[in-house]
Design a protein. Structure first.
Lengths: 157, 199
């Protein structure tokens, strides 16, 4: 983490991405598909919660391991941070979410700690990139849903 | 809903996820169970868990909580376009109980795998699900060449309630794993229907 940006006002309005989660401002920010190898290498060598600047509690407690995440369709009327200015982990997350995917799967595929994944997913939701489909975990699942799961399991060959 | 706002970028509505927890001692076959039924090769994620020292002579367990990073395996089964089943294997440790709240919240129920030769390894799982009122079934994993015991003996050794289903299974066999999951789900249907009638 280099120190620039600290204390100096940021010229461009950058949504709600905290400064420590942005890509390093020096040099050209990576645009387009992020480099997966770089992501995993970095994750493997850093202590997990460095990526969240030490935050260990997910800001959205309703984000569960099985919670489904999708790309949020871009509304041009709502400004958002350019993808290239996000950190590589966050860019990789956005790239993964073209199809609905669970938080656990994002964590496994990017080799990011589950707690870190939850925090970054919440940040990307706040930044307007992802939709998080929170299930109602408090009310019990209906008999109808359970019967459908049974039916689906029986149909497996 | 937000999906219809921008018809040029169609986003498929994601399936509703339901999950079942697979618990049991180290090496009892949790990952094998997940692998047998999952449509993807089991994935591993690392999670923070609070481990609790277990011991009847330890009245102040609170002071023995430590946080550990543990590996957790999971897989999934697509039921249909709108419903997806996830299976999470809880990390197994012989001497520690883990706080699995993050993983277990909202779970349909759990399978506790038991190795009859190391029956006490399954106690942390049973204790956890009983304490948190999460419905579970016991899957007695039949290991090649290992002695087999009648169900009443296993039930007595485990000390589980008479209405907790106990089934023998082979974690390597898909149909066998299916049968264990169906046993759990059948017991849940009865409960859910009883609940619906009470309203």
């Amino acid at each position: 983490m280099n120190g620039d940006g600290r204390g100096t006002p940021d010229p461009e309005p950058i949504g709600r991405i905290p400064p420590y989660l942005r890509a390093q401002p020096s040099g050209a920010a990576p645009v387009g598909p992020p480099n997966r190898d770089a992501t995993t290498d970095r994750s493997a060598t850093l202590r997990p919660f460095v990526l969240t600047s030490g935050r260990v509690n997910a800001v959205d407690p309703e984000i569960d391991v099985e919670t489904q995440v999708t790309l949020r369709p871009h509304d041009p009327r709502v400004g958002r941070v350019p993808l290239g200015s996000l950190g590589p982990e966050m860019q990789a997350m956005v790239a993964l979410c073209g199809q609905p995917i669970s938080v656990a799967e994002i964590s496994a595929r990017l080799r990011l700690h589950l707690g870190v994944t939850k925090i970054l997913v919440a940040d990307l939701r706040a930044a307007g990139y992802l939709d998080v489909h929170v299930a109602d975990t408090l009310s019990p699942v209906s008999a109808d849903t359970i019967l459908r799961v049974m039916h689906g399991l029986r149909a497996l060959s | 809903m937000a999906y219809a706002l921008f018809p040029d970028t169609p986003t498929k509505r994601p399936p509703v996820p339901v999950k079942i927890i697979v618990a049991g001692g180290f090496g009892v076959g949790k990952t094998t169970t997940v692998r047998s039924i999952s449509e993807i090769a089991p994935l591993t994620t690392e999670a923070e868990m609070t481990s609790v020292a277990i011991g009847v002579d330890e009245p102040r367990a609170e002071s023995h909580k430590t946080t550990t990073t543990v590996a957790m395996d999971f897989g999934c089964v697509t039921i249909d376009e709108t419903l997806k089943l996830y299976l999470f294997g809880t990390p197994g440790q012989d001497r520690f109980g883990f706080m699995w709240d993050d993983i277990c919240l909202g779970a349909l129920g759990a399978v506790v795998l038991v190795d009859p030769r190391r029956i006490t390894d399954s106690f942390p799982g049973i204790d956890y699900f009983e304490a948190n009122a999460i419905p579970f079934v016991i899957g007695v994993n039949v290991f090649d060449g290992a002695p087999r015991y009648p169900t009443p003996e296993i039930r007595e050794a485990l000390g589980v309630a008479h209405d907790t289903p106990i089934v023998e299974c082979d974690a390597r066999n898909k149909d066998s794993v299916k049968m264990v999951l169906l046993t759990l789900l059948e017991s849940l249907v009865a409960k859910a229907q009883a609940r619906a009638h009470m309203r």
